[in-house]
Design a protein around this ligand. Structure first.
Ligand code: AMP
Length: 373
């Protein structure tokens, strides 16, 4: 057990010049590394993919499998703290690293967010409502669950689904054996279909000292199951808004989380149903680079390095649009618009559905004091 001195040492901020290890090398890692630099930190990217976008702006890159112990060991020795931009890092890799260097957020948060069943059980255990759900491991269980949860429902794999992948929408006319076959035997979950009024996310931060802060709820719209537009603040009434923030606060606190966590929710009247938790910086928070006092990327770096959290207030009404696939061809035209803040992710190949960049607009809030209409 750590004595008081060790506890204190673990809580003290990492000095400038320290190295942050980031598991995953995509755009989230890239924006984390860009935010770490002005705070005086260097980043080391670790992941299996060649030419990671984050590697272009990092101090060091290791391209290796997440289960390559020799590579993990060298990585752990070269950094002072490890974080991640990709939640499906194998648990064994995190355990290996956690024995050598602080890993923030920790294994509990990761294990919870990696499995939709564990995630929903956890949300309910802290009093956060979800869609009704049942575990499905066979066609017979699916048929049974449809009777209880249907007539409209969504069948999802428990693990590794994102952006609508590993999901089948079901209605009374659906062929259940075909739907079950699409899961390819993967442990799954059936969720009741929610005819929601809208989708929002709350992005919250928890510091090493337990301080919690959050941005106002963000309204999200999807195109082909991929986030298209985020707007903040979401047009919620004060009851809805307060509830959404309270849910995120309860979840992040119960997980003893360190860093940024996103909670996606369905809005149904005054009720907020938790859909998913992301134990990392999130696409629906990219607007915060220009639109908030402290960006989600800086806030995450502050938290994992033991620094005080920054203010999460807005700088206006903010909108973020993702540039997906050949949307990037619009870049010159987008840049001709005053107030368009462009972020490209440095991906060489344009593919349909691939997130290539985003653009943010910050507009004066007509309700705010001193703002111009
Ligand atoms: P997910 O991968 O769970 O984030 O789901 C992707 C998208 O599918 C969500 O953002 C919703 O638009 C839709 N969706 C997922 N689950 C449900 C549900 N239970 N009821 C209605 N729509 C859903």
């Amino acid at each position: 057990m750590a004595g008081p001195d060790e506890d204190q040492l673990a809580m003290s901020p990492l000095p400038p010049g320290s190295r942050i290890g980031i598991l995953g090398g995509g755009q989230l890692g890239r924006m984390l590394a860009l935010a770490a630099a002005p705070l005086g930190y260097r980043c080391h990217i670790f992941g299996p993919e060649a030419a990671p976008p984050a590697g272009q702006v990092a101090d060091a890159v290791t391209i290796a499998d997440y289960l390559d112990e020799a590579a993990l060991s060298g990585f752990a020795e070269s950094v002072d703290v490890v974080t991640l931009e990709f939640e499906n890092v194998p648990a064994a890799a995190l355990e290996f690293l956690a024995q050598r260097v602080p890993v923030r957020p920790g294994a509990k948060a990761l294990a919870t967010a990696q499995d939709r069943l564990v995630e929903k059980d956890f949300a309910n255990s802290v009093g956060a409502a979800t869609a009704p759900y049942a575990t499905v491991d066979s066609l017979a269980e699916l048929q049974d669950a449809m009777k209880k949860i249907g007539p409209r429902a969504v069948l999802k794999t428990r693990r590794l689904g994102y952006d609508g992948k590993g999901q089948v929408m079901l209605d009374p006319d659906s062929d259940l054996s075909q739907a079950w076959a699409a899961m390819a035997g993967a442990p799954s979950i059936l969720e009741g279909f929610i005819a929601f009024d809208g989708e929002v996310s709350v992005i919250a931060a928890r510091g090493l000292d337990g301080t919690v802060s959050a941005y106002p709820p963000i309204a999200n719209r999807h195109r082909n199951h991929i986030l298209d537009i985020s707007e903040v603040p979401a047009a919620l009434n004060p009851v809805q808004s307060k509830r959404a923030i309270a849910i995120a606060t309860d979840l992040i606190t119960a997980l003893e989380y360190v860093g940024i966590m996103a909670v996606e929710m369905f809005v149904t009247g005054d009720e907020m149903l938790v859909n998913e938790m992301a134990p990392r910086v999130h696409n629906s928070g990219h607007w915060s680079i220009e639109g908030a006092e402290t960006s989600q990327f800086e806030q995450h770096i502050r938290a994992i390095c033991g620094l005080p959290l920054g203010a999460m207030s807005l700088r206006g009404r903010v909108e973020m649009r993702n540039l997906i696939g050949d949307d990037v061809e619009q870049v010159p035209a987008l840049l001709a618009e005053p107030g368009a803040h462009l972020h490209l992710y440095g991906k060489a190949e344009v593919r349909p559905g691939r997130k290539m960049g985003h653009v943010t607009y910050v507009r004066p809030d007509p309700g705010a004091e001193g703002s111009t209409p």
